[in-house]
Ligand binder design. Structure first.
Ligand code: DX5
Ligand code: ZN
Length: 234
């Protein structure tokens, strides 16, 4: 089951970010994340251009694919997602999220990802208003709200992004769109509560999962626990 549209809509879903894993043991770490109860694996691809850091690309995803049945939730922090979408599809990504701030045409990139048979998401930096993304909401499967400046793991959660999460939640609900709301950056057992209460359902967490002193199962359970505040009235 590699389709995020088929995941339950009434509870928190956890997408551990590989960026915080030990790359020397990447396959084992991904297997451990799955055993810990995570629903997805978040793969942060950075090109050193859209964001000031370089991470990994399609070959790493291709190596991990045969060893995992998790949904590969790929976050493309790259200037040219249209050019590279085919490579990531061929490598085994299930879902591609790209940035509103990229250099490619947004509609053409959405169309290309759909043509490749993958689900598609759009993300936006903390400084970009939610309204800039609203016109594309009826053509995508997921919105990824950044709660840190994209580029690095281990940063602090930006609470000033909470109103943006709620703005998306309200807009998605008002238009009755089947769009998942994901949040990324500085999420842990504490900050997840505010993010979920604001309307986020999919929680990306790198440091809090792969470097949790109590182990990954405890980490994922702490994040899942925020399901309790998920669907309150907004
Ligand atoms: C940041 C990435 C995040 C990052 C999250 O640019 O998009 O996915 O890995 O890391 P933590 O959970 O450590 O903030
Ligand atoms: Zn990410």
């Amino acid at each position: 089951m590699h389709d995020l549209r088929k995941l339950p809509g009434d509870r928190i879903l956890v997408s551990p970010s590989l960026l915080a894993a030990d790359f020397a043991r990447a396959g084992d770490q991904v297997a451990a994340a799955a055993a810990a109860g995570a629903e997805m694996l978040h793969l942060d691809v950075m090109d050193g251009h859209l964001v000031p850091n370089i991470s990994f690309g399609a070959p790493v995803i291709k190596s991990l694919r045969p060893g995992s049945r998790l949904i590969f939730d790929t976050h493309l922090m790259i200037s040219h997602p249209l050019r590279y979408a085919g490579d990531f599809a061929a490598a085994g990504a299930d879902h591609l999220t790209f940035h509103l701030e990229c250099d490619d045409d947004i509609d053409a990139t959405i169309a290309e990802i759909r043509r490749l048979g993958l689900t598609v998401g759009l993300s936006l930096r903390p400084g970009t208003p939610a309204e800039a993304l609203f016109p594309f909401l009826d053509r995508i499967d997921l919105v990824l709200v950044m709660t840190v400046e994209p580029g690095f793991g281990g940063q602090s959660f930006m609470a000033d992004q909470l109103p943006k999460i709620t703005a998306f939640k309200r807009e998605i609900r008002r238009r009755q769109l089947p769009v998942l709301l994901e949040v990324d950056g500085g999420l842990d057992a504490i900050t997840v509560t505010a993010a979920a209460a604001a309307g986020a359902q999919v929680i990306v967490a790198g440091t809090a999962v792969f470097r949790h002193p109590g182990g990954m199962a405890a980490a994922v359970a702490e994040l899942h626990a925020a399901s309790a505040v998920l669907d309150r009235d907004l």
